[in-house]
Design a protein around this ligand. Sequence first.
Ligand code: CA
Length: 221
Amino acid sequence: MVEDEVRLAETVSRGLRAEGFVVDTIHDGAEGLAEAQLRDYDVIVLDIMLPSMNGYDVCRELRKAGVWVPILMLTAKDGEYDEADALDLGADDYLTKPFSFVVLVARLRALVRRGAPKRPSVLTVGDLTLDPATRMVGRGGTEIALTPREFALLHFLMRHPGEVLSKTAIVQSVWDLNYDGDENVVEVYVGYLRRKIDQPFGTTTIQTMRGAGYRLLGDGV
Ligand code: CA
């Protein structure tokens, strides 16, 4: 358990031990990352706001290092990241603070039963590549830095190359289920994405299909 609120960490760890879990409690992000790489844990409870390295980076670094232990992230509604982001960042499950201990135990047991997630395969559309595991995106070997939302949008487009995707379908997949804002947010993010994956390379692979949506073009589609 990687959680810097010492009292919460101790209370939860004590409860988990009473349920039969063997628990290591760590209060620092970088230390959590090091321990998780060193030891063979069945599951990790990971807070997001942590000293020295946040849970987002711990999760990403672990996946990058090929550590596929199931991760349950603890998110705070007022935090920098929301629940949808936690899953998008490579966690397997999340709980929003304050959470019920009974629910935490049930979720942890389910994650342990399910075991380590399979490493997702790298997606390729034309010379554009996206690795869901390491969250690396590149075109023709040049690495492209994306925000979590831009990454999620590109991931969705790359899962459906050549298909026309409506704004509604995009919002439903890329934003969280309860998002009830303006669908024009899609237009804004498509713009961001074009400035990163197309314009610097002189390509126009994200096409606007007027009144219908967007589609991503690659070789032969
Ligand atoms: Ca914290």
